[in-house]
Structure formats: C-alpha cells, structure tokens
Write a protein that binds this ligand. Structure first.
Ligand SMILES: [Zn+2]
Length: 193
C-alpha cells in the first residue's frame, strides 16, 4: 500500500471515529440533561467539579488521565489498522477445490503451504492459494503475527518453538497475495519450459 492509500485510510478512520464520537457525545449530553437535575447540578462542568470533589483529585491529574486514555485509544486503533495488513481481507479468491499440486514455498524468509489448482474440475484457470500462516522453516510451526515498538511499529512473525523473529516486509501491502503471485509466476515459467 502506498503512502497515499495509507493517508486515505487514516482519514477515513478519523472521520468514522469523529462521527462515532459525535453520536456518543450527543447521547451523553442528552443523558446529562436528565441526570444533572437529579444530582442538583446545572451544567456538565458542575458535574466535573462534582466528580473531582468525590475523588479528591487535582484538576491536572484528571486532565492527565484523560489525555493518556485518548492517546492509548489512538495508538490501539493504529495498531489494529497495521495488524490488518497482510491478512488479505479484501481478496475474493477462494481455495481451489480441484487441486493439481500441493507444496511448500519459501518466500520472505519463511515457508508457506499452498495448493495449486482449479476452483472446480471444469474451470479453465488454475491458480495458487496459500493455505497456511507463515511457517518457521526450522521448526515447521505456524507463526504468530506480532508488532513491537510504540511510535515506530515493527512487524514480525514469531516462532513459539525456536523463538526466532522473522521481519515482515514493510513494502508489501498484502503478503499472502504477494506469495501467491510468486507461486503463480513459478508455475507460469514451468509451463513455458
Ligand atoms: Zn522455529
């Protein structure tokens, strides 16, 4: 995914978040209109003071906690959007039901189990389909996808057996799809030989 698309995605996410926030705020303010008179208060600001008196916190502590909550939410949203990369949720490709070949392909320092075949026995086109999560080449174990770092996220696959971390390529938008394209290319080359 290019920087432009990344930006587009972030903007869409921000717009959706603001809409949700606005809806929630209006619900809260409507609720406050009912609750405030019951507590004998007149404005939401009085409510803030009311809670502060209850909790005995100085104002800066309240503001500090609130800011941390906002940042945590923003960063978890960011990691969710990063985590979705490479899952291939937008592909409509389905597993070939008529398989011509099954194998393991080595790409991006890890192994991938795939099926090469046709959607059905009568389909004219054959294609590859990755059926596994990335596999550790040493242990043959399917690996977890993890991120590390706070501001600059690093993505890697982690083997629970040997503990090796395999760096996830940054410049590939959909890794699974990319692997399938490489497998397809290999089959195309074989056909020409
Ligand atoms: Zn391993």
């Amino acid at each position: 995914m290019g920087i432009k698309e990344e930006l587009k995605k972030s903007i869409i996410l921000a717009v959706i978040s603001s809409i949700i926030a606005t809806i929630l705020l209006s619900i809260v303010s409507e609720a406050l209109k009912v609750i405030l008179p019951l507590l004998g208060l007149s404005s939401p600001f009085d409510l803030l003071k009311f809670f502060q008196l209850q909790l005995q916190f100085p104002l800066w502590v309240t503001v500090f906690i609130f800011s941390i909550a906002v940042f945590t939410t923003a960063f978890s949203l960011r990691s969710i959007s990063l985590g979705k990369k490479g899952v291939g949720s937008f592909t409509v490709k389905t597993k070939p039901l008529y398989s011509l070949e099954k194998g393991t392909y080595h790409k991006f320092n890890v192994d991938w189990d795939y099926i090469f075949g046709r959607y059905s026995i009568n389909s004219p086109e054959s294609y590859s389909y990755v059926v596994s999560e990335p596999i550790c080449p040493k242990c043959k174990l399917e690996m977890d996808y993890k991120t590390s770092g706070f501001l600059r996220k690093k993505r890697f696959w982690h083997c629970l057996d040997c503990g090796t971390r395999y760096e996830v390529p940054k410049d590939v938008e959909n890794i699974r799809e990319a692997v399938e394209k490489f497998i397809d290319a290999d089959f195309r080359k074989k056909r020409k030989e």
